[in-house]
Design a protein around this ligand. Structure first.
Ligand code: ATP
Ligand code: MG
Ligand code: MG
Ligand code: MG
Length: 440
């Protein structure tokens, strides 16, 4: 992409309404624009990152054996009356009446809709296990939308639902989600720690929230510092293996890590040596949940068993805050100059800065770098504006691409360009070919 043909409305001023770095940077770097309270337009650069995050989530869910689909944003109130949640959900639910007077709602989540699909089409234990998911816009009329996309009213969420014959099978699905979530967050360059959370009215131990540690996080968390050394890495896990998935769960929940809702001071002090006790703030970027037969019983989602009986299926739901993740990634990865995108989610792989637009040699070198990077399957962003070098550098630093190649007539006389890492700030001179080779 050439910057002169792109739409990148960066702001010079720091927007006064933004209280935290990620919100400020998303506005300044032209990623989003507020449409109304808690509702945002995704401008081209923000949209690109959103899609890259979504793509990672899809790939990891499909790898885990989960099946993608798409349900609508608008739902009929009748299903929610069946589960009893139409009245229970309260003011976070946006209720809508259509022209015929029918009660509708903008889905805050999809347990009812998916359970209805399941009961309409699945009748036998032979069709289990089954995990369906989608990535779709949600609406929750949050009392206090804030921090940009971090707590929006309209937000993009991956939600998956497992249907299993037994509790053991459903817990295997729970573990598969835990593994796939660990992989997903790491691919986004994030450390998200599974923490024991509150099962709410349903209770039970089977829910974990994934938290990214950040001072601006809205959750209070308590953990053993050893947990921050744990990495999933590129180990191979067979998602069909109950034991392998269980082993990952045990490993990643072997250290104390809880949100304030489940925190027990005495247990914390007992289990964790004082030097390793930490209390901090965290951003919830996902949650997994086993809730048994709560919806299947209420809504009659049953299957025939091998011995001819009929039982309600065991279910769980598993969410990732796709749009919130942009904020969380930026909170975890920025400096005073701007965003520092992890390679896994960066909107463009590399920036090309032409120090002297209109200089025949510099222009030609930029064009050939552009072609070479593109031929490698990478997406460069070429700043071909007739601007001062300082302004071009400031834009590149703000939008946070991992690499910048700087091209100028003086370097070209020596046959070199400059390759700069956004993360370390280090620059190195090398031939244009060597620079292209270095960019992954
Ligand atoms: P929170 O505690 O932040 O209100 P939640 O527990 O209500 O979140 P879930 O129902 O667990 O949210 O939804 C799954 C994921 O969707 C959350 O882990 C979070 O990442 C994301 N999410 C929830 N509410 C919002 C929101 N208002 N804006 C953006 N993302 C959200
Ligand atoms: Mg909430
Ligand atoms: Mg929560
Ligand atoms: Mg939650």
């Amino acid at each position: 992409m050439r910057l002169t043909r792109y739409f990148l409305p960066v702001l010079k001023e720091t927007p006064s309404e933004a209280q935290i770095a990620s919100h400020r940077l998303m506005l300044r770097a032209g990623l989003i624009k507020q449409a109304s309270a808690g509702i945002y337009s995704w401008l081209p650069l923000g949209y690109k990152v959103l899609k890259r995050i979504e793509q990672i989530v899809h790939e990891e869910q499909i790898r885990a054996g989960h099946i993608p689909m798409l349900m609508p944003t608008l739902q009929s109130a009748d299903l929610w009356r069946e589960s009893g949640r139409y009245d229970d959900y309260g003011q976070e639910m946006l209720r809508i009446t259509d022209r015929h007077g029918r009660d509708m709602l903008y889905g805050p989540t999809n347990e009812e809709l998916i359970t209805d699909i399941f009961r309409s089409h699945v009748n036998s234990y032979k069709d289990l296990p089954l995990t369906l998911y989608h990535i779709q816009w949600k609406f929750r009329d949050e009392v206090r939308p804030r921090f940009g996309v971090m707590r929006g009213r309209e937000f993009y969420m991956k939600d998956g639902y497992n249907f299993d014959l037994t509790k053991e099978d459903a817990l295997h699905a729970y573990n598969r989600h835990l593994v796939s979530y660990l992989r997903s967050y790491e691919r986004m360059g994030l450390q998200a720690i599974p923490m024991r959370a509150d099962g709410g009215p349903i209770g039970g131990d089977y829910t974990h929230e994934f938290l990214v540690l950040a001072e601006t996080g809205e959750s209070e968390v308590f953990y053993d510092s050893e947990i921050t050394d744990m990495k999933f890495g590129d180990r191979a896990v067979d998602y069909d293996s109950v034991d392998q998935c269980q082993a990952v769960l045990e490993e990643f929940t072997s250290r104390y890590a809880r949100t304030d809702e489940t925190h027990e001071e005495a247990l914390f002090n007992d289990q964790v040596p004082e030097a390793r006790r930490r209390s901090a703030r965290g951003i919830e970027v996902g949650q997994i949940f086993y809730f048994g037969t709560k919806y299947s019983e209420a809504m009659g989602a049953t299957v025939v068993t091998p011995d001819g009986g009929r039982v309600p299926v065991h279910m769980g739901s598993h969410g990732i805050g796709v749009s919130r993740l942009l904020g969380a990634i930026i909170e975890a990865s920025h400096d005073e100059k701007g965003i520092i995108w992890p390679e896994g989610v960066t909107p463009f792989h590399c920036g090309i800065v032409n120090l002297k637009q209109g200089d025949a040699a510099a222009d030609a070198a930029c064009e050939s770098l552009y072609a070479a990077l593109t031929a490698k399957g990478l997406e460069p962003l070429y700043d071909d504006r007739a601007e001062r070098a300082g302004a071009k550098f400031a834009t590149m630093d703000l939008i946070g691409l991992p690499w910048r190649i700087t091209v100028g007539p003086r370097g070209l006389e020596k046959g070199v360009v400059e390759l700069t890492s956004r993360r370390t700030g280090e620059s190195e001179e090398m031939s244009p070919e060597a620079a292209v080779d270095r960019i992954a």
